[in-house]
Design a protein around this ligand. Structure first.
Ligand code: KIV
Length: 304
C-alpha cells in the first residue's frame, strides 16, 4: 500500500492524529481525553483546530439542530448528511458517529450494514451505540468487521420510554453493579471506548478504574478518562433548562441575538449597507444596458 499525506495550506498543522490506540495511551498516561458533539463543518473545524480529541456526530442533533422533541426519530440519512459535513471540517480528531434509534436494534446484519455506510459514505472512524451487555453481540460483530465501536451506558436517551424520562441511572447498589457488568461485557466484546452518561460520580469512577478501555463521561463526574459535552450546551445555544452537569463556556446565544438585533436596526435605519460597502460604476466604463451585461463589465462590477 502507499500512504499519501494530504495537506490543506489554509489550515494550521493538524498535530498527531487521534486513534483508538492513542486513546488507550491517553488513559494509561492519565491524560484527560476531550470530546464534543459536532454537527456541521464550521463547528467541526473550530473544535478540531482547538485540539479536541473526539468529535461525535451525536443523534442529539435531532434536538439541537433539527428541533425534534427527542432523538428517537433521527434517521440514517440525517446522520449521514451531518456526518459528511463534520468529516470535511476535521483532520486530527477521531470521528465517531452515533447509530440512530432503529439502525441497530433489528438485527446484527442491519447493524453492520448501517455502520459500514457511516464508514464508507461519511468517513466515520468509529460508531457509537447505546446499551450494555445486550449489545455485546453487535459490538463484537462490528469489531470483527473492522469498525471500531464505542459503547454508551447509563442514561441512554434512546431508552427514554423505558426509563420513563431522562433520569440518573445506577443510584442503587444493584443498579450500579449492573452497570459495571454492562461495561465489562462491552469491553470484552471489543469496544474501544465507553461513554458513561448520567450516573453517580462514584459509579463512573469505579467503572473507569476497572476497565482497560477509556471512559468518556457526561454527567458522570470528574473521574472518567475523558469528558464530552453537547456543543449547543457548551455555548448556551440550547433552549431548554440545563441539567446540573452542564457548564456554559461561552454565551453564543447572546452574541447571535445581539448581532441579529444590530443587523435589523442597521437595515431599518438605512445605515447598512454604507457607500463603502457598495459597488460603484467605473468612470469611463462602457455603458451598461439594464439586461445583458458583458462578461467584462460583470467582472469589473465584482471587483470594484
Ligand atoms: O448524542 C449525543 O450527543 C450523545 C452524547 C450526549 C454523548 O450521545
Amino acid at each position: 500500500m502507499s500512504l499519501t499525506e494530504v495537506r490543506d495550506a489554509t489550515r494550521p498543522t493538524a498535530g498527531t492524529k487521534v486513534t483508538p490506540q492513542s486513546l488507550l495511551r491517553s488513559k494509561h498516561a492519565s491524560t484527560p481525553i476531550t470530546a464534543i458533539t459536532a454537527y456541521d463543518y464550521p463547528t467541526a473545524r473550530l473544535a478540531d483546530e482547538a485540539g479536541i480529541d473526539l468529535l461525535l456526530v451525536g443523534d442529539s442533533l435531532g434536538m439541537t439542530v433539527l428541533g425534534y422533541d427527542n432523538t428517537l426519530s433521527v434517521t440514517m440519512e440525517e446522520m449521514l448528511h451531518h456526518a459528511r459535513a463534520v468529516r470535511r471540517g476535521m483532520q486530527r480528531a477521531l470521528l465517531i458517529v452515533d447509530m440512530p434509534f432503529g439502525s441497530y436494534q433489528v438485527s446484527v446484519e442491519e447493524t453492520l450494514r448501517n455502520a459500514v455506510r457511516f464508514v464508507k459514505e461519511a468517513g466515520a472512524e468509529a460508531v457509537k451505540l447505546e446499551g450494555g451487555a445486550s449489545q455485546a453481540e453487535r459490538v463484537q460483530a462490528l469489531t470483527s468487521a473492522q469498525v471500531p465501536t464505542v459503547g454508551h451506558i447509563g442514561l441512554t436517551p434512546q431508552s427514554l420510554y423505558r426509563m420513563g424520562g431522562y433520569r440518573v441511572q445506577g443510584r442503587s447498589e444493584e443498579a450500579a453493579a449492573h452497570l459495571l457488568e454492562d461495561a465489562l461485557a462491552l469491553e470484552r466484546a471489543g469496544a474501544v471506548a465507553l461513554v458513561i452518561e448520567g450516573v453517580p460520580r462514584e459509579v463512573a469512577a469505579r467503572i473507569t478504574s476497572v476497565l482497560t478501555i477509556p471512559t468518556i463521561g457526561i454527567g458522570a463526574g470528574p473521574d472518567c478518562d475523558g469528558q464530552i459535552l453537547v456543543f449547543h450546551d457548551l455555548f448556551s445555544l440550547a433552549f431548554t433548562k440545563q441539567p446540573k452537569f452542564v457548564r456554559s463556556f461561552g454565551n453564543a446565544q447572546q452574541v447571535i441575538r445581539d448581532g441579529l438585533k444590530s443587523f435589523r436596526d442597521a437595515v431599518t435605519l438605512r445605515e447598512f449597507p454604507s457607500d463603502a460597502e457598495s459597488y460603484h460604476v467605473r468612470q469611463g466604463a462602457p455603458s451598461v444596458a439594464a439586461e445583458g451585461l458583458t462578461t467584462a463589465t460583470e467582472e469589473a462590477l465584482a471587483c470594484a
